[in-house]
Design a protein around this ligand. Structure first.
Ligand code: CTP
Ligand code: MG
Length: 249
């Protein structure tokens, strides 16, 4: 070892940890259900139970935090709060709920350089393999990234009910979640972007960064409209049917 190497400042060798933050405080207006969509029954369980099961089965997570609306005790009442932390600090927008959750992560012991995987509660088709795919793809990335699906359809711009332009689709992706960024830069980016930003990547992009795009390999759509419940249920049931009984959990 050279003399200069001996006098290098101490660099912490603590590996960053991975936390999941699940915003679950929306009202689900577009889904038109009787109550928040994340609690509607889907394949025999509340929709969010499928989301939480995927994260609980993902190795390497330091903790899972679910952000619910103030006073919402549904997770506890349904027996879904055992393997996760629940904070009823949800805000008026998704970004506000995520920002409130990031503050709570600090109280759980998360460090500024730790990775945070933000995932919509309503995106209940996520699998441990998809989560691990994103973690592996971004672990050595300077910025972080997100699951996203290359666009399949031709993309039109509409004006007054008519097509005003057709966009080149080759470079277009549909942003999904999880979206994985380091805690402190994500907090700063969301604070700068304000409450209207609809995903974490947009806030990071506004800081001049270019998040990595990772294809999910398999369905990972968000339950948004009334028809999506039946579609999501069909995917879940098909997966169960193709899983050998010994592997089903
Ligand atoms: N979310 C949240 N806090 C909000 C709004 C949304 O935690 N104030 C969460 C939702 O619970 C959902 C995720 O963010 O899991 C994605 O948002 P979205 O699909 O838009 O859900 P909702 O806002 O509930 O639905 P809608 O926009 O149709 O009202
Ligand atoms: Mg919404």
């Amino acid at each position: 070892m050279t003399d200069s190497a001996l006098h290098q400042p101490h660099i912490s060798s603590t590996a960053p940890r991975y936390w999941a933050l699940i915003p679950c405080a929306g009202s689900g207006a577009r889904a038109g259900a009787d109550g928040p969509k994340q609690y509607q029954a889907l394949a025999g369980r509340p929709l969010v139970a499928h989301t939480l099961a995927a994260f609980a089965a993902t190795p390497g997570l330091a903790g899972i935090l679910v952000v619910v609306a103030p006073g919402d005790t549904t997770l506890e009442a349904q027996g879904l709060a055992e393997a996760v932390h629940v904070a009823d600090c949800g805000g008026a927008s998704r970004a506000a709920s995520v920002s409130a959750g990031l503050a709570v992560l600090h109280t759980l012991g998360a460090l500024p350089q730790d990775w945070v995987l933000v995932h919509d509660a309503a995106r209940c088709l996520i699998t441990p393999a998809q989560i691990q795919r994103l973690m592996a793809a971004c672990a050595d990335d300077a910025v972080g990234g997100l699951l996203a699906q290359p666009l399949a359809d031709t993309l039109k711009v509409g004006a007054e009910g008519r097509v005003s332009a057709t966009l080149e689709r080759g470079d277009k992706w549909l942003a999904q979640t999880p979206q994985m960024f380091r805690l402190a830069p994500l907090q700063r980016a969301l604070q700068a972007s304000g409450p209207t930003v609809t995903d974490e990547a947009s806030a990071i992009e506004a800081q001049g960064q270019r998040p990595r795009l990772v294809a999910p390999e398999g369905a990972n759509f968000k339950v948004t409209y009334p028809d999506d419940f039946a579609l999501a249920e069909a995917v879940l049931k098909a997966r169960l049917a193709s899983t050998p009984a010994t592997e089903a959990v």
